[in-house]
Design a binder for this molecule. Structure first.
Ligand SMILES: Nc1ncnc2c1ncn2[C@@H]1O[C@H](COP(=O)(O)OP(=O)(O)OP(=O)(O)O)[C@@H](O)[C@H]1O
Ligand SMILES: [Mg+2]
Length: 305
């Protein structure tokens, strides 16, 4: 299965959430790979804590592959290459967790038909090898998004199961922007149609992920003043109305990831060590990652959201 992770705005939590979902999915016995298609800022290596690839690789990554300078983009096995001690041993039962980084110093580039074809070939190969292929796309109406829409419209990829996750924060601006990226001119549905996709099929394959969400009724907010809690409740209710009026409401949402103090301060995987030994992350956050990892591959959860 191919999973495309995108967002209209930057800094939505797209990469950190996707990396953690990849990690949880591989702990759940799936073979997982993660492709850094954020071409202008290839920093997924930093989240997986692979020092040599923190800002892309110098050994021929996805940029080099797509423009034909290498036939095999570099692949990094996270279980053996992460600098984090707590990730260095692949737990029994865990599947592969492989990062395909972009090139160090790589930037955005306009796509050509040859690149789109190379992209489709890579997706096809990886879909055969892995259960889950997560592709972290550049934000907004990007060349990367256009490239994968062109690639997945090719006959060779038509039968491959594909899903889209649109990430956004739980604010007015982000809700509007996410809806715009899906439905407006130049957005995913319109560009997809231009590239040969069926609009309704694409829409059925697409769900929203809300990130860093504060629950106004959470017990930990009880130290807030009553006026602050009342204000948060009111915002939450207005946002809920706005999201449904823009067709990114609850029936389109596949996950809501709580705000986590650890992630607020550091872009990283939350390991079981962070959770149970050091107790520096919230259980609810990891449960939300685990649930999303399960729901994306569960046809029933995907349909009935
Ligand atoms: N659930 C969360 N709670 C608190 N902070 C979070 C959460 N998820 C992500 N963050 C933080 O938000 C910031 C942006 O996240 P991230 O880099 O994943 O976003 P992005 O959409 O991939 O951004 P970019 O467009 O720059 O690639 C990071 O500092 C990250 O650690
Ligand atoms: Mg990112």
């Amino acid at each position: 299965m191919l999973i495309f992770a995108t967002s209209d705005k930057g800094g939505t939590g797209r990469s950190v959430t996707s990396c953690n979902v990849a990690f949880r999915s591989s702990l759940d016995n799936r073979e997982v790979c993660y492709l850094d298609f954020d071409f202008g800022s290839p920093t997924a290596g930093a989240i997986f804590q692979v020092a040599g690839a923190a800002s892309g690789t110098r050994n021929g990554g996805l940029h080099s592959y797509l423009d034909g300078r290498t036939s095999q983009p570099e692949r990094i096995d996270i279980w053996s290459s992460s600098d984090r001690q707590s990730l260095r041993q692949r737990p029994p039962g865990a599947g592969q967790l492989v990062l395909f980084p972009g090139d160090h110093g790589g930037s955005e580039f306009p796509n050509t038909p040859e690149m789109n074809k190379r992209c489709a070939d890579l997706f096809l190969r990886l879909d055969e090898e892995f259960d889950i292929v997560i592709v972290d796309l550049s934000a907004g109406r990007s060349y990367a998004t256009d490239m994968v829409l062109a690639a997945t419209a090719m006959p060779s990829l038509r039968k491959v199961l594909t899903r889209w996750l649109i990430f956004h924060r739980w604010t007015n601006q982000h809700v509007g922007a996410a809806a715009g990226l899906v439905y407006d001119e130049g957005g995913i549905l319109a560009t997809g149609e231009e590239r040969g996709h069926d609009r309704q099929e694409l829409l059925d394959a697409l769900r929203l992920v809300r990130t860093a969400v504060i629950n106004p009724d959470a017990e930990e907010l009880s130290p807030l003043r009553p006026a602050q809690i009342a204000f948060l409740r009111e915002c939450n209710s207005r946002l809920t109305d706005l999201a449904s009026s823009r067709k990114v409401g609850i029936t389109q949402v596949i996950a809501s990831i709580p705000l986590d103090p650890l992630l607020q301060w550091r872009e990283q995987l939350i390991s079981d060590n962070d959770l149970y030994e050091r107790k520096i992350a919230n259980v609810e956050t990891v449960e939300a990652f685990e649930k999303l990892a399960k729901d994306i591959v569960d046809p029933v959860a995907w349909e009935v959201v």
